[in-house]
Design a protein around this ligand. Structure first.
Ligand code: NDP
Ligand code: GDR
Length: 325
């Protein structure tokens, strides 16, 4: 039985990746940071019905001794480093914490793997945010980076350290440069889930309007379930490498709003209000990924189209709010 350790197991991707690996017969360990809200942090795993199948182990990315202990105790064949302060907007308010967790946390994990479990295969959750102020219209593994937030700067450090540990120490370390991926389990602070939650509340008469930031930004949005499959495929290759996962289609926040409101028969223009509070000090205006390498080498391609994703998310939020009501 293969053994996997997932950091960030309580997040969106951690939940779907756990589900995927359990389905493949893995023993799954998830790193859980101590929290006063222990009863709610497993909510996503519970939603997928797998909370009792994932073995949660106590540790924190900022504490290398905890990572060393966890690697000794669990002896994983594969390590997926998904843990991060992952909300871009918060990274301007907490730049150093973001650096500690998102950059140095990855460094701690790589260093712990090198010392304790160098035979393990390692996955680093890199991000399309690293392209920031885009240098090419369509971004591939070869496109130069230009990070535009403390989060993106931190991710860039983690990305290059992963490449460096591969080249320096021969670790089987791969970096997935993933474009935005969403689902009903997406955190409510991210734009897609904020919109689908808002649509559900407005449709059910619980709210009237939805304050939003920059409606003109465009993103390449896919479904998280497709993207965790790509992570796993990267670690099944004989040779570690870096891959872009994306859909190859970019759509504006405005269009996402239109689709989500239209799904319940509403016009977004009647409800969406622009509020400066949701604007960012520096914006990433456009992201559009080129997943050709992942398709060629991994045989990966996304199954879910944006319209399906929007429908699934809106329906899930309608269900959540109706159940509460
Ligand atoms: P989430 O924000 O949903 O999850 C982040 C996870 O990191 C949570 O489990 C969180 O734990 C954990 N975490 C935060 N701080 C620490 C810490 N100090 N020690 C240990 N764990 C910690 O992110 P996603 O699931 O959306 O994304 C997964 C990864 O992929 C992240 O690294 C993200 O930056 C990256 N990424 C995501 C993309 C996306 O579109 N979703 C695209 C590209 C990259 P807790 O529940 O306790 O807060
Ligand atoms: P992003 O995701 O920054 O791309 O990072 P987010 O959904 O937060 O923003 C996407 C775009 O929407 C615009 N926007 C708003 N965003 C939020 N959150 N709230 C709003 O009200 C709003 N209005 C407009 C933003 O300005 C932005 O342009 C996500 C995270 O998952 C990262 O961890 C990951 O690395 C990248 O995706 C790829």
């Amino acid at each position: 039985m293969k053994r996997a350790l997932i950091t960030g197991v309580t997040g969106q991707d951690g939940a779907y990746l756990s589900q995927l690996l359990l389905g493949k017969g893995y023993k799954v360990y998830g790193l859980l940071r101590r929290s006063a809200s222990a009863d709610v942090v497993g909510e996503r795993l519970r939603w997928l019905g797998i909370l009792d199948q994932v073995e949660l182990v106590d540790g924190n990315l900022t504490d290398i001794s905890s990572l060393i202990r966890v690697l000794q105790d669990t002896a994983p064949d594969e390590v997926y480093n998904l843990g991060a302060q992952s909300f871009v907007k918060a990274s301007w308010n907490q730049p150093l914490l973001t650096g500690n967790v998102t950059a140095m946390g990855a460094g701690n994990m790589l260093e712990a793997v090198r010392l304790v479990r160098p035979q393990a295969r390692f996955y680093q959750a890199s991000s399309s945010e690293m392209y920031g102020l885009i240098q090419e219209a369509s971004q591939s593994e070869k496109t130069p980076f230009y990070p535009r937030s403390p989060y993106a700067v931190a991710k860039l450090y983690a990305h290059w350290l992963t490449v460096n540990y591969r080249e320096s120490f021969g670790l089987h370390a791969s970096s997935g440069i993933l474009f935005n991926h969403e689902s009903p389990l997406r955190g409510i602070e991210f734009v897609t889930r904020k919109v689908t939650d808002g649509v559900a509340r407005i449709k059910l008469g619980l709210a009237k309007e939805l304050p939003m930031g920059n409606l003109d930004a465009t993103r390449d949005w896919g479904h998280a379930r497709d993207y965790v499959r790509g992570m796993w495929l990267m670690l099944q290759q004989d040779t570690p490498d870096d891959y872009v996962l994306a859909t190859g289609r970019t759509v504006s926040v405005r269009e996402f709003c239109r689709l989500a409101f239209a799904h319940v028969g509403l016009n977004y223009e009647d409800h969406v209000r622009v509020d400066e509070a949701f604007m960012r000090p520096a914006e990433v205006d456009v992201l559009l990924g080129d997943p050709a390498k992942a398709k060629r080498v991994l045989g990966w391609q996304p199954d879910v189209q944006l319209e399906q994703l929007v429908a699934e998310m809106v329906e899930a939020d309608l269900k959540r709010h109706s159940a509460r009501g």
